[in-house]
Design a protein around this ligand. Sequence first.
Ligand SMILES: Nc1nc2[nH]cc(C(=O)O)c2c(=O)[nH]1
Ligand code: SF4
Ligand SMILES: [Mg+2]
Length: 205
Amino acid sequence: MLQIHELFRSIQGEGPFAGRPAVFLRLSGCVQPHCPFCDTPEALGKGKSIPVEELVEQMTSGGPGLAVITGGEPFLQWESGLKELEAALLQKGMEIQYESSGRAGVPDGVQGQVVLSPKPGQWPPPSVLGKAFAVKPLMGDKPEIVLREIYRSGLPPEKIWLMALGASREEQLQRMPLLWEICTRYGYHFCPRLHILVHDRKKGV
Ligand SMILES: Nc1nc2[nH]cc(C(=O)O)c2c(=O)[nH]1
Ligand code: SF4
Ligand SMILES: [Mg+2]
């Protein structure tokens, strides 16, 4: 069983796979304490219990493609169903990408691609960063602190996507010019959040 908040088809809005059609599974629950700026508070509750087999059926009904598994914090449920879901989806030819804050660690043996979005003040340890395919830090009012963490971690610029904190189109657009400048200067990827730019605060897209 997995505790889920929602399952929907959309376009990956962030990171290295941005622009790709994908099926999204948003798992429920996150590590305490929850972030005061959380943009998915609706996913922090208990959610609905759904059997893994039913999720596999729904997620593969459109044929093979990209599955994005997000939350909340998806890796909290690794041992209670997510590992099993990963194996079943891979077996059906799906490509898997995780959206994780890194706050629950990254399980050993995970096969999908892990994209970490560290939150301000919560920079993950090297053992967690080392398992990431890409790192896309949320940039808020103190970008210099995050830039220092990136520099200290020794991550190569090719692995970094900078994205703006904020759940609204207005906040995104307001923070983008500075991020654009920083990305140009340091050779990081600029990460628009397409679903917010297109749909603003709408959920389930
Ligand atoms: N379209 C779309 N792309 C996303 N990429 C990461 C998302 C997330 O909430 O983790 C997300 C989301 O909620 N929607
Ligand atoms: S890690 Fe993400 S989902 Fe969890 S409380 Fe923080 S912002 Fe919300
Ligand atoms: Mg999100």
